[in-house]
Design a protein around this ligand. Structure first.
Ligand code: MG
Length: 287
């Protein structure tokens, strides 16, 4: 779930005033193991939902499936009750950017749907999102989803010790702008740990070499929100669903990651995805 940049900045400033830079919480080895556990748990939910998306299914059905999976795993759906949010997932269709409410309207061929979900397990939170095509979609929408995923990957690749948080936003921005897309500014990624939203705020735009220094043990939820048209947003009367001001579609992709001495480790991968990654790395080494 994305952080509202206005409120976030206020709390960040307040936090700095109170406790200075200690606001960013570096995780211990034991904490990181728990972050891995919850990351894998919520990644399994994400991949289950990905397979379920097809014309005719409703976001309420997806929401129910996610809530059941999370609870069956002994975890808590973090979004439910978060500042009053009523669902286990955020389901944002077409022009909805983030924080959409689930409902009983069947998804239609040609739609895109962004699904964002989080779980709390053993005291730690994992947060992840993806945008799925509903049946066959236009090439324009395929590109929007692909570029959003590439932006996420490029942002993650900045997460090395001694780099800066501004490097993440810069990497996302320079890629999205190549395509003329609008980068959402009103909502940001965030630090993650025992709380879903920790410091720092991770904007999807910015200047390289600026903002907080990245250190080993930091955990981030990186989440580009990329629009086909304007970056401007508005919030619906439900006080949650954020849509594009021009009504054009928007895509969202998110991973929770840990910064290690060797660079970024994606926490929100399934067992299967971790195996694939390991295989790929071994093949690269032996090649
Ligand atoms: Mg998030």
């Amino acid at each position: 779930m994305a952080n509202f940049s206005g409120i976030g900045e206020f709390f960040t400033k307040l936090g700095y005033a109170l406790v200075g830079k200690k606001m960013i919480i570096a995780k211990s080895a034991k904490d990181l193991d728990r972050m891995r556990d919850v990351g894998e748990l919520i990644a399994e939910v994400r991949e289950t939902l990905r397979k379920m998306v097809e014309p005719g299914i409703t976001t309420m059905e997806l929401n129910r499936a996610a809530e059941k999976m999370i609870r069956d795993a002994g975890a808590i759906p973090t979004f439910i009750g978060y500042h009053g949010f009523p669902f286990a997932i955020c389901a944002s269709v077409n022009e909805a950017i983030v924080h959409g409410f689930s409902n009983d309207v069947p998804l239609k061929e040609g739609d895109i749907v962004s699904l964002d979900m989080a779980a709390t397990y053993n005291g730690f939170v994992g947060d992840t999102a993806f945008t799925a095509p509903v049946g066959e979609i236009t090439d324009e929408l395929k590109q929007l989803i692909r570029v959003t995923e590439e932006c996420l990957e490029l942002g993650i690749q900045q997460c090395y010790p001694n780099k800066r948080v501004g490097d993440i936003g810069w990497a996302v921005q320079q890629h999205a702008e190549k395509y003329g897309y609008g980068i959402v500014r009103d909502y940001t990624g965030h630090g993650i740990g025992r709380k879903m939203h920790e410091a720092p705020q991770i904007a999807n735009y910015g200047r390289a070499g600026t903002k907080e220094r990245i250190r080993a043990g930091y955990c981030f939820a990186i989440e580009p929100m990329i629009n086909l048209g304007t970056h401007e947003t508005k919030t619906l009367a439900d006080k949650w669903t954020v849509i594009t001001l021009d009504g054009k579609p928007s895509a969202h992709a998110e991973h929770s990651i840990a910064v290690t001495a060797d660079g970024p480790e994606i926490l929100t991968l399934t067992k299967e995805q971790k195996k694939e990654l390991k295989k790929g790395k071994t093949e690269t080494v032996s090649a």
